[in-house]
Design a binder for this molecule. Sequence first.
Ligand code: AVI
Length: 300
Amino acid sequence: MLHGLAQTPKRIPSKYFYDARGSQLFEEICAQPEYYLTRTELAILEENAAAIASAIGPRALLVEYGSGAGIKTRLLLDALDQPVGYVPVEISRSALDASIENLSEEFPEVDMLPVSADFTRPVDLPAPDQAARRTVVFFPGSTLGNFEQREAIGLLRTMAIEMGRQGAALVGIDLQKDPAILEAAYNDAAGVTREFTLNLLTRINRELQADFQLHEFEHGARYNAQAGRIETHVVSRIDQVVAIGAHRFAFAAGEAMLVEYSCKYAPEDFAAMAARAGLRVVRSWSDSRRWFAVQMLERA
Ligand code: AVI
């Protein structure tokens, strides 16, 4: 955090959004009328569940990056032909436990093998009781878009290693579209995204003994068409100095601190990125408006 705040312009990695309150606010964002991503991806998965399951084939080991307590994981496990195991990879122990609690009741025949780890680094995957025919990495939600291109390619490479020669990955990506639609999704009328962004400051105040005055900062999310991403900033309303422990950081009026990228892809750019990670797009499922896509990747 100190390193990011010492940079010009200041920046904080978006992964710090997700304390308990941040995770709760993110769930609320997903239900906002402007935030089409979750609904659209879910509809794609629902509509194409049988096709996805048949492309994956029987006896898969499903590995999910991030905790998947949700409906998307259920949908996939339900559609798959005799999945042998489910491995959520997630840093937060509590989120991990919550994610498999209900699933183990619903899918008693699927080995639940939670791994508490940072999915951006390679992890040793646990072996299910029954041998898997292939490993499938599931990375929904366009979370890949929260990484810068270089990191995203690194993450795709990690996936390629983890899934092995016969494996596959299912990656949800948000597609480029009218900037007005994109900007509305990150500036919802109810102000939930604003609260989500500013909760980062509350978290820093609490965990790092800082004194951000929340009313002196604003949320700002704009689409950078050239870079193809929503850039979210915390903007200082006034000239001010913020203390974090023994450190002091000056903010000028109007100064914007970068807190998140949400990349929006053109399908061909995503395919080129995957290729740089040694992967190729073998199938792609989208909605009728072409707003979101679920891409299936295999080793090139
Ligand atoms: C988790 N991630 C894909 C979300 C996104 O759309 O970039 C996080 C988010 N930030 C603001 N709204 C939602």
